[in-house]
Design a protein around this ligand. Structure first.
Ligand code: B1M
Length: 209
């Protein structure tokens, strides 16, 4: 059993195989962090670009992320002093008035499986609620999703609310969702726009580098 086998099992979303290989690597004395980085996360690192290029579709990505999480669950208790690596903390939610969460959850899952700490605060999040979460949870990045043209302006309101609360400079703000564009992100003063889950992960890594 090798890290490559594990990586391939993640890519094919085969959670039974991921569990089996992860356990065998643990039993063989592999380091938990090596299993995570060279097997589990390595698999998601391939899934991201494949999803972006259209080689993989939403259900396959969700299966891969689920499979990866099964492996993480086995390894997590063994980490002991070795801390889970984290690129940073991302607070993610769908804006006020908007209940669409499939894409937002996909972005959250991809970030989580790429090594970010993710605080997924749900849907219909008002600007004031985003501000409260930022104050309470101290994220590095606020990620907002909107699927409706009628709710996308809530992203602007949230940026304004962060400014009014005096905490805009403490966080990076990224936005995404079907009606969103680079131009809109610039217009409302966000730090970035991502078209899909893989790009969102790349963008977060870039913003925190
Ligand atoms: Co709604 N809906 N919906 N809907 N829905 C759309 C968005 C719509 C385009 C359908 C249509 O008319 N053709 C349309 C919006 C039109 C517009 O505003 N221009 C629409 C409408 C009108 C509505 C209602 C108003 C319908 C009604 O009740 N009359 C209503 C609104 C409810 C509300 O939110 N208040 C409504 C309700 C619903 C359901 C509840 C039935 C359901 C949502 C279920 C759920 O999410 N739990 C639903 C669905 C499923 C859709 C469609 C069919 C699919 C959306 C989806 O999940 N796509 C959608 C039509 C469509 O897109 N074909 C539609 C798959 C998902 C993986 O993609 O969300 O785009 P997506 O996410 C992508 C990227 O956008 C990006 O990454 C993801 C992965 O690549 N991304 C980010 C998303 N968030 C990101 C954040 C980032 C970065 C990237 O960084 C922060």
């Amino acid at each position: 059993m090798s890290y490559e086998n594990l990586c391939n099992a993640v890519i094919s979303g085969d959670d039974a195989k991921v569990k089996e290989i992860t356990q065998k690597l643990v039993d063989a004395g592999s380091k938990p962090l090596d299993i995570i980085n060279q097997g589990l996360i390595a698999g998601m690192d391939i899934v991201g670009p494949r999803f972006k290029s259209g080689e993989m579709f939403v259900p396959e990505v969700l299966m891969a992320a689920k499979a990866m999480n099964e492996g993480i669950e086995i390894v997590k208790p063994l980490l002991g002093q070795e801390c889970m690596p984290s690129f940073g903390k991302v607070l993610i939610g769908t804006v006020e008035g908007d209940l669409h969460d499939i894409g937002k959850n996909l972005v959250a899952m991809m970030l989580d499986s790429s090594g970010f700490t993710v605080d997924n605060v749900g849907v219909d999040i008002t600007p004031a609620q985003f501000v409260e979460h930022v104050k309470k949870d101290n994220p590095d990045i606020v990620a907002m999703s909107a699927l409706l043209t009628t709710t996308m302006n809530k992203m602007k309101d949230t940026v304004e609310a962060l400014k009014e609360a005096g905490i805009r400079d403490k966080v990076k703000v990224i936005i995404g969702g079907a009606p969103i564009s680079h131009k809109f992100a610039e217009k409302i003063g966000a730090d970035g726009y991502a078209q899909d889950a893989a790009s969102a992960t790349e963008l977060c890594k870039k913003l925190l580098a």
